[in-house]
Design a protein around this ligand. Structure first.
Ligand code: 13P
Length: 337
């Protein structure tokens, strides 16, 4: 059995990143609705099989985060997905949180649930072939929020989860997501992300989590979607790196960004710029959901006849993001598609 630190390093290996395909059943239904595809157990299975069997994607994808249902499913030839991914050189991972619920006494704020029974669930997921896990905390920015209470409650739960994962044999992806909904500017996102990361690393320390055994999955530092003062690619890259240099210990092997509602091309360009700037102690990689899947989902549209088109679109995004890992992505790569 490889050490957890080796698994963590493999997850952030140069040139590769993570596919987040762990949408819960209600979330994937929303995504399927947007392209008029029906969401059934088998259509979800067929869609994910399309992604996991894309020839060549494994060169750019080190691991895939799965939802509980998918980890228990198999490809059309009967091979369980975890086995198929492993055979193709991609590590299978599992979302273990139970979603963000209203935080009592804190209107408009959320706390992620799922700690009860987690030790037992981790042990089952290990037996099903999972090598890493994910837990997402949600921090919203609006007037007067986030509160310290919300940040602390989420940081505490993230560290509890991470400690249970390393005890049970999974590398925890620690995901505190400061949301990009809202009208806040770049500086506000920087301040809230900094506060959040300080709290998360303080809790990881208190709860005795070894930082070389985790992977951090944060938001980029970026203006809210409704903010009129837009930031350039360079400004986002510089603000993000500045925030992490202040808060993320160098022992953490890698930072894998979420895309959080950025367009596919924006998410790739921002990652590319950070790697171009260089000088970071951690690998800077991706763990995109929408920014790896949006075009593929649209090209597929629920049609079995369009599986090839979906795979072509997915391979293109995986290739562009693979290039962004070394700062060698150029917009020409988009036109070449
Ligand atoms: P997005 O890249 O679509 O934000 O999804 C990543 C993810 O796993 C969120 O938890």
């Amino acid at each position: 059995m490889p050490e957890l630190a080796d698994v963590a390093r493999a997850m952030v290996a140069p040139g590769r990143g993570i596919l987040a395909a762990d949408e819960s059943t209600p979330t994937i239904k929303k995504r399927f609705d947007s392209v008029s595809a029906e969401s059934t157990e088998d259509s979800r299975r067929a869609y994910r099989e399309m992604l996991f069997t894309t020839e060549g994607a494994e060169q750019h994808i080190s691991g895939v985060i799965l939802f509980d249902e998918t980890l228990r499913q198999s490809a059309s030839d009967g091979t369980p997905f975890a086995k198929l991914l492993t055979a193709r050189g991609m590590l299978p991972g599992i979302k273990v949180d139970k979603g963000a619920k209203d935080l009592p006494g804190a209107p408009g704020e959320k706390v992620t649930e799922g700690l009860d029974g987690l030790r037992e669930r981790i042990s089952e997921y290990v037996s099903l072939g999972a090598k890493f896990a994910k837990w997402r905390a949600v921090i919203d920015i609006a007037d007067g929020i986030p509160s310290d209470y919300c940040i602390e409650a989420n940081a505490h739960a993230l560290a509890r989860y991470a400690a249970l994962c390393t005890e049970g044999g999974l590398v925890p992806i620690v995901e505190p997501e400061v949301m990009m909904d809202g009208a806040h500017d770049l500086a506000r996102c920087h301040a809230v992300t900094e506060r959040t990361l300080r709290a998360v690393f303080a809790q990881l320390y208190t709860q005795r989590v070894r930082l070389e055994e985790i992977v951090l999955k944060p938001n980029m530092v970026i203006p809210g979607k409704k903010c009129t003062a837009r930031a350039s690619v360079r400004e986002v890259a510089e603000a993000t790196l500045d925030c992490f240099r202040k808060t993320v210990p160098a022992q953490v092997p890698g930072i894998v960004f979420l895309s959080g509602g950025q367009s596919e091309e924006e998410a790739t360009a921002h990652l590319n710029e950070m790697n171009k700037l260089g000088g970071s102690p951690w690998e800077l990689s991706f763990s995109y959901g929408r920014a790896l899947q949006a075009s593929a989902l649209k090209a597929w549209g629920g049609q079995a006849s369009q599986l090839g088109a979906g795979q072509k679109a997915f391979l293109h995004r995986a290739t562009c993001n693979g290039a962004a890992r070394s700062g060698s992505y150029t917009p020409d790569q988009e036109r070449a598609a």
